[in-house]
Design a protein around this ligand. Structure first.
Ligand code: SAH
Ligand code: SF4
Length: 402
């Protein structure tokens, strides 16, 4: 049998993204230097520009204001001038679903009519927002619903940071006057870049958006409360540490190259050894800042005791925690979730080797909001089950590798 050809590529379809008529520039997602330059271009005196950036950021990201007229610490004429040149625009929410367990899923529309999903997961003492970085994904991990979507484009920084703003709109979480922006009891206290897309294939936009999320005059979340998950884009990993500095999660999912090649096809370009080398060199490695290894539990594919033992051997020396994710099914998925007993036995081996091994509770399954289930409802360019199986290197014999 010939090896199936899987696009392992950062190339994205060039989908036109026309700015709406009128051509006002959106201030959301601009970095500090970009906003400064835009303000100067619109007539702000240079010596005032830095101060104006801080003021405007606070209105946008801390108070949730979308109307320049409400920015009362700016002169009236200046507000009018800003309103002429700029706008404050976030993605449009087209659907919202709330799961029985409180998980919320938003379908939002971005420029060009494309849609992405955002998931809000409330937990005891914190609330995590799962943010998307691309429309679809160019990678084709065989267990992931997003990977079956054909149309792909990168989201802009505005569209990424806008997802956080949309969720805060819905949660009603724009601080009342006087409330401290760094209040740690926030409903939206954590961000994970674990929605649709491969964040390291959209590096600049993800970086710029996360800088705003971490900035004290922006969304002001600590970098320790932001986790970027990558399937293993090795050349960008060090850069993520240096330029973003958030927490890192790796979609590991297999303990041999043969299996990982099928599950996470990017492994054919950067294999397990190369990936682990990059992780050992990751700049911020300490015991308090461990790398999370995500491991999806697929029945009969990657869930044996032998796999568990190999896993702990492979990651020896890397400050790590291992997050076991019970496989979440989606229509046409070529795998089944490992039985609970199997997951427990696997977790136990890892725990005994000295690693935290939390099993991720699937959240929002009833609304298809769980990991790997995301895929915009209106996306029609679907691959068939046969195509998915062929790309996974699975014959008609089904998912079981043993
Ligand atoms: N593209 C990035 C981030 C998004 S996926 C990445 O792959 O890391 C977030 C996590 O969900 C990844 O670990 C991914 O492998 C996992 N995942 C994908 N499909 C899944 C499914 N059907 N069930 C459980 N986890 C899944
Ligand atoms: Fe893309 Fe991540 Fe899904 Fe793989 S698991 S197809 S990298 S979104």
């Amino acid at each position: 049998m010939t090896e199936p050809t899987v696009p392992i590529t950062a190339d994205v379809l060039a989908v036109p993204r026309a700015e709406p008529a009128g051509g006002k520039r959106n201030l959301v997602g601009l970095t500090r230097p970009q906003l400064r330059a835009a303000l100067i271009e619109a007539g702000t005196p240079e010596r005032q520009a830095n101060m104006r950036v801080g003021q405007i950021w606070q209105w946008i990201y801390q108070k949730g204001v979308r109307d320049f007229a409400l920015m009362t610490n700016l002169a009236k004429e200046y507000r009018a001038r800003l309103a002429d040149a700029f706008e404050i625009r976030v993605p449009e929410v087209v659907a919202r679903q709330i799961s029985a367990d409180g998980t919320r899923k938003y379908l939002v529309r971005v420029a060009g009519g494309h849609e992405v999903e955002i998931v809000y997961i409330p937990e005891e003492g914190r609330g995590t927002l799962c943010v998307s970085s691309q429309v679809g994904c160019t990678l084709t991990c065989s267990f992931c619903h997003t990977g079956t979507q054909k149309l792909v484009r990168n989201l802009t920084a505005a569209e990424i940071v806008g997802q956080i703003m949309v969720a805060r709109d819905d949660l009603g979480e724009w601080p009342e006057p006087g409330r401290h922006p760094k209040d740690e009891t926030r409903l939206l206290s954590n961000i994970v870049l674990m929605g649709m897309g491969e964040p390291l294939y959209n590096f600049e936009a993800v970086r710029d958006a996360m800088k705003i999320a971490m900035d004290g005059e922006g969304i002001s979340l600590s970098r320790r409360r932001i986790t970027l998950s990558t399937s293993g884009v090795v050349p960008e990993i060090a850069r993520a540490g240096e330029e973003i500095g958030c927490m890192l999660a790796i979609s590991f999912h297999a303990t041999t190259d043969a299996v990982r090649d099928k599950l996470v096809p990017i492994n054919r370009r950067w294999n397990i050894e190369t990936l682990l080398e990059a992780l050992r060199a990751y700049p911020k490695l300490s015991n308090s800042e461990r790398i999370t290894f995500e491991y999806v539990m697929l029945d009969g594919v990657n869930d044996s005791d032998e796999d568990a033992r190999r896993l702990v051997k492979l990651i020896a020396g890397i400050p790590a925690k291992i997050n076991l994710i019970p496989f979440n099914e989606w229509p046409g998925a070529p795998y089944r979730r490992s039985p609970e007993e199997r997951i427990k036995a696997f977790a136990n081996i890892i725990y005994k080797a000295g690693y935290a091994s939390p099993v991720r509770t699937p959240r929002g399954e009833d609304i298809m909001a769980a990991c790997g289930q995301l895929k915009s409802a209106t996306e029609r360019a679907r691959k068939s089950r046969r195509e998915i199986e062929a790309e996974a290197g699975l014959g008609s014999g089904g998912a079981s590798g043993r």
